[in-house]
Design a protein around this ligand. Structure first.
Ligand SMILES: [Mg+2]
Length: 452
């Protein structure tokens, strides 16, 4: 890359994403104050509110009943996480057509590398028009409003988006320092309370203040980070966009039951069903686990639990389930309080090599083939309310009680791993697919022909 080629990074972020999804799913909500509730029954605290609701003073984190008091004609939506993930994937599918490099960072946020756009794509248009087109296309096709920021680094682009919301803001090369001057250092993503306090002690509340400090002082106080912060505040921080897909190191689930469960057998069924779901996810990511733990939280918020370390990493549902059951029974021995929450974690993960040859020689190979077939069946025949395949525990859970039917209480989402896999069919290093890159570049240039 030539040294005078300036990094241009676009940050795209869905506006009140969950609330926008609910509106996209139900046209009647258009223009109304809408918020999405979290918690056990989807009416605990507000986890997202649209702009109309925010005007009435509804805020993320407030109790749903308070929101209702603040805005009596507002609509409370229970969360539909599967739909949010589907809409998120659609949004990223549009985005990836505009740059050879897309880095998703959360369910509704991502970065696009626009570094080489200046000389080719933007010769016939302006960045502003180009980005506006992208945003309009997302709002037309995916029905989600998005905001965007364009700048010389991903951090700055994110700040630009926050400043632009709702809309688009470009920080042109050379204008970085001016843009940052009066902004609080608090806005920088990932800055901790301690660093904020130490900066305040130096009299640095804004980036302008930081820019005025001697860089050696910042380096002395904060090491490399301090130096980078100084460069950033002075508009001299340039950083290429990198996509790093790291292997998972742990997988866990932490679920509050729909009500405090006095029946321990029912709680066990729930735990086994959750364990099966986690093992399934591990298998899809071709991982196996060496250690597991189970923690039970009771209705009085006291906790008990245990863990186990296998001699060899494990990937079989039956092995994991047997261990979870053993820990569960040992933990519950002598207990009497109802179960409020169940936490299961697998860690010490390793890659699992299960090339699915149909008649594999090793257990791992045969299970790999079976897995492949199972996930294909599931993909082809499952409906959200009616999975094609279930483990015994999952089936038992279904028969147990209606409220357990959809026990997912939250939105598990590992953006890079999932989206990268969805878009490119692999979670391996995307740089390994140079052929694909050319295809994607071709797509970008097609887009240009289309526009002009
Ligand atoms: Mg957002």
């Amino acid at each position: 890359m030539s040294p005078d080629l300036k990094n241009r990074i676009l940050h795209v972020d869905g506006d009140s994403f969950f609330a926008s999804c609910e509106i996209a799913l139900n046209d009647k909500l258009q223009g109304q104050p809408v918020w999405v509730g979290g918690g056990r029954r989807g009416d605990g605290i507000v986890i997202a509110a649209n702009r109309v609701a925010k005007k009435f003073g509804v805020k993320t984190g407030m109790a749903c009943f308070e929101a209702k008091q603040a805005c009596p004609r507002g609509v409370l939506c229970r969360p539909h996480y599967d739909e949010y993930r589907r809409i998120s994937a659609e949004m990223f599918q549009v985005l990836e057509q505009y740059s050879p490099m897309l880095v998703p960072i959360s369910i509704d946020e991502g970065f696009l590398d626009f570094t080489t756009m200046d000389s080719v794509v933007w010769r016939h248009t302006t960045p502003e028009k180009y980005v506006q087109e992208i945003c309009e296309r997302i709002s037309r096709e995916v029905k989600i409003p998005v905001s965007a920021g364009l700048a010389s680094s991903s951090r700055l682009a994110k700040l630009a988006t926050d400043a632009a919301k709702p809309g688009f803001l470009e920080i042109k090369p050379g204008e970085e320092k001016e843009f940052l001057k009066d902004r609080s250092v608090r806005e920088l993503s990932g800055i901790g309370k301690n660093r904020q306090r130490s900066l305040a002690a130096l009299g640095a509340l804004t980036f302008g203040h930081v820019a005025g400090l001697p860089s050696t002082l910042l380096k002395q106080k904060f090491g490399i980070w301090g130096q980078q912060l100084w460069l950033f505040a002075n508009g001299m921080w340039h950083e290429p966009l990198l996509l790093e897909v790291k292997d998972r190191t742990t997988i866990s689930s932490n679920t509050t039951l729909p009500y405090d469960e006095p029946d321990y057998e029912a709680a066990l069924t729930f735990a086994l069903s959750e364990a099966a779901r986690l093992v399934g996810q591990l298998r899809r990511e071709q991982m196996q686990a060496r250690e597991l733990s189970l923690t039970i939280r009771f209705s009085d918020f006291s906790e008990a639990g245990g863990s186990h370390r296998f001699r060899e990493p494990q990937f079989l549902n039956s092995v994991m389930n047997a261990r979870v059951e053993e820990i569960f029974r040992a933990t519950m021995n002598g207990q009497f309080r109802p179960v409020r929450q169940i936490r299961i974690a697998f860690w010490n993960l390793e890659r699992l090599d299960t090339q699915p040859t149909l008649w594999g020689r090793t257990d791992a190979e045969r299970w790999g083939a079976l897995d492949e077939a199972a996930s294909k069946l599931d993909k082809d025949f499952s409906r959200p309310d009616k999975p094609a395949l279930m483990t015994g525990a999952q089936l038992a859970l279904r028969q147990l009680d209606d409220v357990h039917k959809n026990p997912k209480a939250k939105c598990p989402f590992s953006p890079q791993r999932e989206i990268v896999k969805k878009l490119w069919g692999t979670d391996a290093d995307p740089l390994a697919h140079k052929g694909d890159w050319e295809k994607r570049l071709a797509k970008v240039s097609k887009q240009i022909q289309f526009n002009h």
